[in-house]
Design a protein around this ligand. Structure first.
Ligand code: PEP
Ligand code: MG
Length: 588
C-alpha cells in the first residue's frame, strides 16, 4: 500500500481487542438493521406473505447451520454453539407468532412486519443497563438482519467485501460476520461499538485477527479505500499514515513476526528461570472455541475458565448434564494438564444470572460471584456436581470467585462435600482429591489470607478486581483509569501478603488477572513469589520467554526493593528495568 502524502495523518483511538498489525486500505460497511420498504397488502395476499416470512426464516436457519460447521472447521471444534444458539432464536414461537399476526392484522408486507416486531424487541433489550445483555442485543440484531436479507436472498453482498486485502471498518460486527469473514481478505477490523467482552472480540482473538473496538470516530467519517494501519496492540486506527508512520509500523510488524517465529520454536518448552525456579504458564478461557489456540500456545493448563460465559448463549446456566459435557470436553482436551474451573462469577459488570427486580446502586459491591451461588444452592449444586463429574475425565480443580471471608469458604466446601457424598452414593466416578482453590480478589481476602490458606489447596489472585477494590477505582470506568494502577504499593503489598500466607501453609499462589500477562511486570510477580501465571492464550509464549530470561534471585531482590517503594511509577520502573535488560526485544 503506498503512503498517502496528500492528506494529513488521522489517528483514531479505540480499545485494543485483539493484538496484531494490519496495513491495508479500509472497506467500510454501513450500519446494519435498517427499515425495509413498507407497503400494504390485501387480505388475499396474507398467507402468501406469511409463507415468505417462513421461507426467509428457514433459509436463515440453514445458513446458520452452515456457518456453525464453518466455524467448527476453522477452530477445529465440534460444538462451538454460538450459531446454534442464533438458530434457536428463530424457533422462538412468541416472535414467529407475533410476526404472522402482524402481517394479518396490519396487512403489511412480511419484511416490514418482521422488522417492526424485532425493533420493538430490540428496543426493550437496549434499555437493560447490563453491558453483557447489550452484547446479546447485537447477536439478535445479527440474526434479524440476516432474515431481512433473506427475503430477497440474491440482492445482498453486504459482507462479502472487496476481493483485495483490506481493513474492515464497521459500526458494529456481529459474531456471524466475524466468523464468516474471508480471512484472506480481511486483515483486521475496527468497530465503533463493542467491548473486549463481546463474542466478536473473543472470536477475533481466537482466530488471531487484529481488532480494535469502541473506536472514537463515527464510521461515517471514514472514507472507503482510505489507506490505513490498524494497531491491535494499542487500539489505534491510523488513516492516511505518513511514510514515516508506515515505515515504523512495517518495522514493528517485522520485529513482532521475528519474535513470534523465535517464540514458536520454544512453544511448550519448560518455563523456569535461569536459576531453576519453575513457574507454570497457563491460559484463561471464556468459551470452548478458544481451546485450539490454547493448545497451540504451549500453555500448561487452564488457570481460569470463566464459566459465566455459558450465560452468553442461554438465558440460564445449562443443566448439570450439559455443563458436565462442556467441562469434561475441556478436561479431556487439556489432559494431562490441569483445568481450573471457576464457578459462576455473574453480576457486577457481567451478565446477571437472573433479571434483578431493581438495578443495584453499586453492582461491583453487590450481588456477584460467590454471593449469587451461595444464595442459589440448587444452581450451585448443579455446577459443582458437573465439575466433579468432569474430574473423572481429566485433571480438574474448582475455584470460587469473590471470596471475602472464611465462612464463605466453609459454605463452598460444604457444598463440595455434599455433592461428593451424593455422587458416591450414585456410583458416579469423580476425583476424590479434587483441588479446591479460592480467588483472592477482595482486599479482605488478601488481608485474611493466613486464615483462608489452611482451608484450601491454592490461591489465584484476581488482580483485575483486587486493584479496583483496593484503590476504589472501577475497572471499567475511564474517568478513574488513571487511579487503576497494578503497581500501586497497596496492591503489591496485598499480593505479597497473600503469597507469604500461602507459602507458610504449603499451598501455591497463581495470578489470573490481566496483570499476569503484562510482561513488564513478570520480574516483579516472579520476585514476589508467584508460582503460576494464567494469561490470555496469545500472551502464553511471551510470558514463557520472559520467565526463561530472568533470574529468580535477581527478581526477588528487586521486588524486596519495590515493596519499600512509595510510588506506583517507581515500582513499575524497577520491574521494567529488569524486563528491558533481559528481554527488551519482547517489549513494544
Ligand atoms: C480478576 O478479577 O482478576 C479475574 C481474573 O476475574 P474477572 O476478570 O473474571 O473478574
Ligand atoms: Mg474477578
Amino acid at each position: 500500500m503506498p503512503a498517502s502524502d496528500h492528506h494529513p495523518e488521522i489517528i483514531y483511538e479505540g480499545i485494543p481487542a485483539s493484538p496484531g498489525i494490519a496495513i491495508a486500505p479500509v472497506h467500510v460497511i454501513a450500519r446494519g438493521f435498517s427499515a425495509p420498504e413498507v407497503y400494504q397488502i390485501d387480505e388475499a395476499a396474507v398467507s402468501g406473505e406469511q409463507n415468505r416470512f417462513q421461507e426467509a426464516v428457514e433459509l436463515t436457519k440453514r445458513q446458520l447451520v452452515e456457518l456453525q460447521s464453518r466455524l467448527e472447521d476453522l477452530s477445529g471444534e465440534n460444538e462451538s454453539g454460538i450459531f446454534e444458539a442464533h438458530a434457536m432464536m428463530l424457533e422462538d414461537k412468541a416472535v414467529v407468532d407475533r410476526v404472522r399476526k402482524a402481517i394479518a392484522s396490519r396487512q403489511q408486507n412480511a419484511e416490514y412486519a418482521f422488522y417492526a416486531v424485532m425493533q420493538n424487541f430490540l428496543e426493550a433489550m437496549r434499555r437493560i443497563p447490563d453491558p453483557y445483555l447489550r452484547e446479546r442485543t447485537a447477536d439478535i440484531e445479527d440474526v434479524a438482519q440476516r432474515v431481512l436479507r433473506n427475503f430477497s436472498p440474491d440482492s445482498d453482498a453486504r459482507h462479502q467485501g472487496p476481493d483485495d486485502r483490506h481493513i474492515l471498518v464497521a459500526y458494529d460486527l456481529a459474531p456471524s460476520d466475524t466468523a464468516s469473514m474471508n480471512r484472506r481478505h480481511v486483515l483486521g477490523f475496527a468497530t465503533e461499538q463493542g467491548s473486549v467482552n463481546s463474542h466478536t472480540a473473543i472470536l477475533a482473538r481466537a482466530f488471531g485477527v487484529p481488532a480494535v473496538v469502541g473506536l472514537e470516530c463515527a464510521v461515517i467519517d471514514v472514507m472507503a479505500l482510505t489507506p490505513a494501519i490498524l494497531d491491535g496492540y494499542t487500539g489505534k486506527l491510523i488513516l492516511h499514515p505518513s511514510p514515516e508512520t508506515l515505515e515504523r509500523y512495517r518495522r514493528l510488524d517485522d520485529a513482532k513476526a521475528r519474535v513470534r517465529s523465535s517464540l514458536d520454536a520454544k512453544r511448550g518448552a519448560a518455563t523456569e528461570t535461569v536459576d531453576g525456579r519453575q513457574i507454570t504458564v497457563s491460559a484463561n478461557i471464556e468459551i470452548v472455541e478458544e481451546l485450539p489456540l490454547v493448545k497451540r500456545s504451549g500453555a500448561k493448563g487452564i488457570g481460569l475458565y470463566r464459566t459465566e460465559f455459558l450465560l452468553l448463549n442461554s438465558e440460564e446456566m445449562p443443566d448439570e448434564a450439559a455443563q458436565t459435557d462442556i467441562y469434561a470436553k475441556v478436561a479431556r482436551e487439556m489432559a494431562p494438564h490441569p483445568v481450573i474451573i471457576r464457578t459462576l462469577d455473574a453480576g457486577g459488570d457481567k451478565l446477571p444470572v437472573e433479571p434483578l427486580t431493581e438495578p443495584e446502586p453499586n453492582p461491583f459491591l453487590g450481588w456477584r460471584g460467590i454471593r449469587v451461588s451461595l444464595a442459589r444452592p440448587a444452581m450451585f449444586r448443579e455446577q459443582i456436581r458437573a465439575v466433579l463429574r468432569a474430574s473423572a475425565q481429566g485433571k480438574v480443580a474448582v475455584m470460587f470467585p469473590m471470596i471475602s471471608g472464611l465462612s464463605e469458604v466453609w459454605r463452598c466446601k460444604e457444598m463440595v462435600r455434599r455433592c461428593m457424598d451424593e455422587l458416591d452414593k450414585e456410583g458416579v466416578p469423580f476425583d476424590k482429591d479434587l483441588p479446591v482453590g479460592v480467588m483472592i480478589e477482595v482486599p479482605a481476602a488478601a488481608l485474611c489470607a493466613d486464615l483462608l490458606a489452611p482451608e484450601v489447596d491454592f490461591f489465584s489472585i484476581g488482580t483485575n478486581d483486587l486493584i479496583q477494590y483496593t484503590v476504589a477505582a472501577d475497572r471499567v470506568n475511564p474517568h478513574v483509569a488513571e487511579l487503576y494502577r497494578p503497581t500501586h504499593p497497596a496492591v503489591i503489598r496485598l499480593i505479597k501478603r497473600t503469597i507469604d500466607a500461602a507459602t507458610d501453609n504449603g499451598i501455591w499462589t497463581g495470578i489470573c488477572g490481566e496483570m499476569a500477562g503484562d510482561i513488564r511486570l513478570t520480574p516483579l510477580l516472579i520476585g514476589l513469589g508467584v508460582e503460576e501465571l494464567s494469561v490470555g492464550p496469545q500472551q502464553v509464549p511471551l510470558v514463557g520467554q520472559a520467565i526463561r530470561s530472568l533470574s529468580y534471585a535477581q527478581c526477588a531482590a528487586m521486588s524486596d526493593e519495590a515493596l519499600r517503594h512509595s510510588r506506583s511509577q517507581g515500582v513499575l520502573d524497577l520491574s521494567m528495568e529488569l524486563a528491558r535488560k533481559h528481554y527488551g526485544e519482547l517489549l513494544d
